[in-house]
Design a protein around this ligand. Sequence first.
Ligand SMILES: Cc1cc2nc3c(=O)[nH]c(=O)nc-3n(C[C@H](O)[C@H](O)[C@H](O)COP(=O)(O)O)c2cc1C
Ligand code: SF4
Length: 430
Amino acid sequence: MTKTIELITGTVDKSYMHSIEDYKSHRGFNGLNNAVKMDKEDIIQEIIDAKLLGRGGAGFPTGIKWRHLYSVEGEPKYIVCNADEGEPGTFKDRLFMKKDPLIVIEGMLIAAYVFGSKEGYIYIRGEYRGLFEGFELALKNAKEAGYLGENILGIEGFDFDINIISGAGAYVCGENSTLLNSIEGQAGRPRVKPPRLAEVGLFGKPTLVNNVETFANIPIILDRGAEYYRSVGTEESGGSLIVCTSGHAKNRHYFEVPVGTNLKDIIYDEELAGGTSTRKPVKFVHIGGQSGPLAFPEQFDISFDHISLRNAGLSIGTGAIVIVDESVCLVDYLKKVFEFFIDESCGKCNPCREGNQQMYILLDKFSKGEGTEKDIETMKNLAEAMMQASFCGLGQAAPTALMSALRHRESEFLAHVDKECSKCFKKEVM
Ligand SMILES: Cc1cc2nc3c(=O)[nH]c(=O)nc-3n(C[C@H](O)[C@H](O)[C@H](O)COP(=O)(O)O)c2cc1C
Ligand code: SF4
């Protein structure tokens, strides 16, 4: 049986990506057409029943987020699509931006209809500059066909337009409050929460921020119905996931799989990642981006869904799966992780700005054979302090990979204390 599906990628590569007619001939705008015939609260209920969990990283239930914003007083309400996609190893949002922009626009349109929003923003990471032109063309075509602008679908007062905003390459700008600051032209630094963005968001107004893939799921739910959508995934997490495989993976690609596919299959099945291209055994996989945990082979036999992974101390994050083979030293790998966070820390708070630096220095001691058992304890305490005291999710999640490594492979750190890591310390030939 085939392992991949086409629930939300059904219009990817099937049509000329910006053409309204092609999109419509593949069920495009069916979701929106259904939505405008429904009560707004019923639309939200359908999304709740579908058990769609946000695809931006945290896995927050989308319908619950929508229901809360719906209950908030205040106008205007803004719709923001997070296309910052800064998590290394993640290239799923780019897929929709490049090959199916209309499904993202349709998802945002449904949100605009529910919240009576007049204006939306899509915040695209600066490195994706090459995708801007295509997305602009999709917006232009949608406008010419009456799907953007005034009185959409002939419905009086259903007016909506989408602005494209370019990021400038800072990972932290993917964090939702930082993203809003950046749209407003302020420095890319996170805000104090509460207030929640649903209450005080863009320009101080109630705001919805959802990820690209999350928006791409909305038309499918409204087209196929919550029951069908949920039947594809698990009881608690509906639909499909786009997983992106990279690193030593034999097949470095994106794959759409039902939520609940076994992680072992994702890693080893020839139709999916296919194991390693080096033919060396898999040492670990890094799940969900740099801020995600490492999973080791004894953990691979697990349903790839938000709840099962969470219960096992793992998380789906962005769906990135970086496969790493036995040739890599775990300490070296973690140093690279912290190099990334040192570069990307915005510097606003001490636990993150200093913590990442200190963590790198400690790991470097292990590489040089100077690390001690006491340093392992120091790293654990520092990680705890960073997770508890950092101002935003960047610093809070930075030690996640290290903590999972210490939990499952402390022996590899101890091997460095004893200078027994064959990758770092060459044995002298007598
Ligand atoms: C440091 C940091 C970077 C983030 N980067 C992204 C990103 O690039 N794209 C994204 O959709 N969410 C990102 N998020 C998560 C967002 O804050 C937010 O939770 C998400 O956009 C909500 O969308 P969802 O509910 O559809 O998942 C990031 C969070 C943090 C803390
Ligand atoms: S945790 Fe602190 S320093 Fe790090 S990115 Fe967030 S606000 Fe900036």
